[in-house]
Design a protein around this ligand. Sequence first.
Ligand SMILES: NCc1ccc(-c2ccccc2)nc1
Length: 240
Amino acid sequence: MRVDVVTIFPEFFQVLDVSLLGKARQAELVETHVHQLRDWAAFKADGTPDAHRTVDDAPFGGGAGMVMKPDVWGKALDEVLQPGGVLVIPSPAGVPFTQALAADLSTEPQLVFACGRYEGIDARVAEHYASVGYRVLEVSLGDYVLNGGEVAAFAMIEAVTRLIPGFMGNAESIVEESHSDGLLEYPSYTRPASWRGHDVPPVLLSGHHGKVAQWRREQQLARTRERRPDLLAADEQDTP
Ligand SMILES: NCc1ccc(-c2ccccc2)nc1
């Protein structure tokens, strides 16, 4: 997989080279490229030089803040997007990012993350690339607003690339994670068996694999009911 990030803060992604992702890059499972959006803003739409390399402008219809210019993004994405590439735009107005979507994206040949700042990117950018046949996703990590798409993109890149076959040393550990079976994961314990007066649940020391599996499933359901009832179908919730 190739991952491209277009941003006005490319330095934010230098850590991609040293993180867990770094190993995947060495294994040539993932190829990462970070691009400075301003490199495509050196000339205005009329062809005259723009010393400030402006990437934003006032919103049509008025309102606070600035909007990122479509022409600058268009020049950048025309160069960066490859045939079959997916354009991912982190946005508070996007579809929810889920483990299922991460798994879906982990099978794509290229992901291009367009990281907006200010009030976001002119809506015609997403519209244009969808109209010429690209898969375009505006994606939200949750109901909160950041100052830009970079932090969200970084989280999505990690969530997606760790699912690429061959990336994680211990493939089993992925299967039993939270959300992999639609439920939150069970609590985990390791030595010592007693710590500050807190004992590990005895069933986990029993060596009875069937009882351990049953206990873990019960813990998953109890945790999910308690913390994330939205993940349970109506008939499984403690609805009165
Ligand atoms: N749901 C997380 C998220 C993703 C992106 C943004 C964002 C904010 C300002 C400009 C561009 C993107 N905020 C929150």
